[in-house]
Design a protein around this ligand. Structure first.
Ligand code: NDP
Length: 320
C-alpha cells in the first residue's frame, strides 16, 4: 500500500467509525429520558442563546419537548418572536426575550427580566456563535467579531448568568456549543506553538488572563499582518481559536465553581455537535440540526451530573 492508499484507507475507516457512532446515537436517541431519573419539571427554566435558528432552535425545541420551560433568545426581536411562535403553536412552553451576548445593556435587561419573571435559571445553553468562513476559506477579516462573539460574548453571558443560577439538589447546568476545530491536541488543526499549547493545557495554571492574552496576541498579529506565521491552527484559524478559548474558559470556570457547597452546585461543560447542516456551514456536513442538538440535551438532563469542565461529542467525553 503506498502513502496515498494508506491515507484513503485511514479516511475510510474514520468514516466507518463515524457512521457506526451515528447509528449508535440514533438508537440511544430513541430511548426516552426515563421517568424515575427525571429531576426536571415545567418549573425548570432553560435559556438558549442564538436560538432563532439552526442548532439553538433545535436545542430549544428538544428541551421544551422534555417538559422544561425554555426561553428562546435572539439578538433580533422580530425573527426571535417568529421562531418562538413556531414552537408555541406546536404546544411547547417557550418564552422569548431579546439577547445579544456582546451587548452589556442587552444582557443586563435580559437578566433582570428573567429574575423578575422566572426567579432564575436552571440550565444555560451558550449556543450563539459566528463563523465568517465556509468550507476551506480562511480569511481573518472578521477575526475580531468572531473572537468577540464566540469567546468574549459567551464568557460575558456565563458570568452574568451565574448569580441567577438557582440552587438545587441536582445542580444547575451550563452547556456551551463548541467545536472540535478548537481542540488543543486535535490531529489536524492544532496550534503548532508547543510552548503555548502546553501552557493552555496545564489545568493547574490555566487562567482567564492567559486565555485573554492569547486571543489578544492573535488579534494583534491579524492587525499587523503576521498571524499566518504565528503558529496558530491552519484551518478556520480565528474560529478555531475562539472555540479553543471558550473550551479553556470552561475548564477555568469548572475549577472555580467546584468549591460551591452542595445544593448550590453549577456544572459547566462544552460539546461539539459535529458538522451540522445549518447556515453556518452553508448547509454542508453530515449531521442534521436535530442530531447536532442531541448532546446538549443529554448533558443538560444528566440525572446525576457531577461532571464538570469536560468536552463531549456524540454523548462521549473527548480530549480538549
Ligand atoms: P447559525 O448561523 O445557524 O446560528 C447561529 C446563531 O447564533 C444565530 O441565531 C445567530 O443570530 C446567533 N448569534 C450570533 N451572534 C450573536 C450574538 N452576538 N448574540 C446572540 N446571538 C447571536 O449556526 P449554527 O446553528 O450552526 O451554530 C450554533 C452554534 O454551534 C455556534 O456556536 C457554532 O459555532 C456551533 N457549531 C456549529 C457547527 C456546525 O457545523 N454548524 C459545528 C460546531 C459548532 P442571527 O440569526 O441574528 O445571526
Amino acid at each position: 500500500m503506498d502513502q496515498s492508499e494508506k491515507q484513503l484507507d485511514k479516511k475510510e475507516r474514520a468514516k466507518e467509525r463515524r457512521e457506526k457512532r451515528r447509528q449508535e446515537i440514533s438508537l440511544l436517541r430513541s430511548i426516552p429520558y426515563s421517568g424515575n431519573q427525571r429531576w426536571w419539571s415545567a418549573e425548570t427554566v432553560a435559556v438558549v442563546t442564538g436560538a432563532n435558528r439552526g442548532i439553538g432552535f433545535e436545542i430549544t425545541r428538544q428541551l421544551a419537548i422534555q417538559g422544561i420551560t425554555v426561553i428562546l433568545t435572539s439578538r433580533e426581536v422580530a425573527v426571535g418572536e417568529e421562531s418562538a411562535k413556531v414552537l408555541q403553536e406546536g404546544g411547547l412552553d417557550v418564552g422569548f426575550h431579546q439577547l445579544d451576548i456582546i451587548d452589556d445593556k442587552s444582557i443586563e435587561s435580559f437578566c433582570s427580566w428573567v429574575k423578575e419573571k422566572y426567579g432564575g435559571i436552571d440550565i444555560l445553553i451558550n449556543n450563539a456563535g459566528v463563523s465568517h468562513n465556509i468550507g476551506s476559506e480562511n480569511s481573518v477579516e472578521a477575526a475580531e467579531t468572531v473572537i468577540k462573539i464566540n469567546y468574549y460574548g459567551t464568557k460575558k453571558m456565563i458570568k452574568a448568568a451565574i448569580p441567577l443560577m438557582r440552587p438545587s439538589a441536582q445542580g444547575a447546568r451550563i452547556v456551551t456549543v463548541s467545536s472540535r476545530l478548537g481542540r488543543l491536541n486535535g490531529k489536524r488543526n492544532r496550534i503548532s506553538n508547543d510552548d503555548l499549547r502546553q501552557k493552555l493545557e496545564d489545568i493547574d495554571n490555566l487562567s482567564e488572563e492567559l486565555i485573554d492574552s492569547t486571543t489578544a496576541k492573535f488579534l494583534d498579529q491579524v492587525k499587523d499582518g503576521t498571524w499566518s506565521t504565528g503558529g496558530w491552527s491552519q484551518t478556520n484559524t480565528d474560529y478555531a481559536l475562539s472555540k479553543l478559548a471558550i473550551n479553556a474558559f470552561t475548564r477555568v470556570m469548572a475549577k472555580q465553581l467546584s468549591s460551591r457547597p452542595e445544593g448550590e452546585k453549577i456544572f459547566i461543560n462544552c460539546y461539539c455537535p459535529g458538522m451540522v447542516k445549518t447556515a453556518m456551514t452553508g448547509w454542508a456536513g453530515q449531521v442534521t440540526p436535530e442530531e447536532g442538538a442531541d448532546t446538549a440535551i443529554w448533558l443538560s438532563l444528566l440525572p446525576d451530573q457531577a461532571i464538570s469542565g469536560k468536552f463531549f461529542a456524540e454523548r462521549r467525553e473527548i480530549h480538549f
